[in-house]
Design a binder for this molecule. Structure first.
Ligand code: ADP
Ligand code: 5GP
Length: 209
């Protein structure tokens, strides 16, 4: 199954994804996105992102190599299709840390996608986290904070779950509970259950009468 974690920058998506993959490495696989934005201090190519030139990114678009891609702030971001399909085939729950437009694009026409929106306990807490992380330049920080309200409103209309990341352990439990119950809502599972009853009904109906 695919799990999209979206939310304002600094809300704790990376932290939650890392905790899930570290706690259950056989169950969760994190999709490392491609981006054209410059690498930040402390970020590792291949671990945080696959850092790509704009030319290389456009080449991947032309080759249909993305499950989804979008322009976020001033750069391109995209989820490579092949590694995600491979991880799904190997039975992993795939975690995508992508924005709302990306989440909606992935969900379109698919039954195996769950959209989770992570929010901070308050805007003040978000600002403190972003500043505490100390990763973004003042201009990038301003852009991220300005985008917050619009993003929250769009997600509230379209996302299936909202998780408040106040106490980290509780937020992790909430995300785990969502991932554990998600297979129960799959159409193919519901159909398999229904089919079982139909077959039994067809065989036993005469005796029930
Ligand atoms: P995102 O990936 O959503 O941009 P991060 O996972 O990088 O956000 O988290 C931003 C900062 O907030 C990091 O310094 C992280 O350690 C901190 N953080 C994450 N969750 C919590 C929490 N529940 N309480 C306090 N700080 C948190
Ligand atoms: P940042 O530059 O702060 O790492 O990420 C900026 C935003 O881009 C975040 O909202 C993040 O979720 C989003 N993002 C990261 N990777 C992808 C991706 O592959 N696709 C889309 N649509 N958004 C992404």
């Amino acid at each position: 199954m695919l799990f999209v974690l979206s939310g304002p920058s600094g809300t704790g998506k990376t932290t939650l994804c890392r905790m899930l993959t570290q706690a259950c490495p056989k169950e969760f696989w994190f999709s490392v996105s491609h981006t054209t934005r410059p690498r930040r201090h402390m970020e590792e190519d291949g671990k945080d992102y696959h850092f790509a030139s704009e030319e290389a990114f456009q080449d991947m678009i032309a080759k249909d190599a993305f499950l989804e891609w979008a322009k976020v702030y001033d750069a391109y971001y995209g989820t490579a299709l092949f590694p995600v399909e491979e991880a799904l085939e190997r039975g992993y729950n795939v975690l995508l840390d992508i924005d709302v437009q990306g989440g909606l694009a992935v969900k379109k026409g698919r039954d195996d996608v769950t959209l989770i929106f992570i929010v901070p306990p308050s805007l003040a807490a978000l600002e403190a986290r972003l500043k505490g992380r100390g990763r973004d330049e003042p201009d990038a920080l301003r852009k991220r904070l300005q985008a917050v309200m619009g993003e929250i409103e769009r997600a509230f209309a379209a996302y299936e779950y909202i998780v408040v990341n106040d106490e980290l352990g509780k937020a992790l439990q909430d995300v785990l509970a969502i991932t554990q119950s998600a297979p129960l809502k799959l159409n193919k599972r519901k159909q398999a259950v229904l089919e079982g009853f139909r077959q039994e009904w067809d065989q036993k109906q005469p005796r029930l009468k």
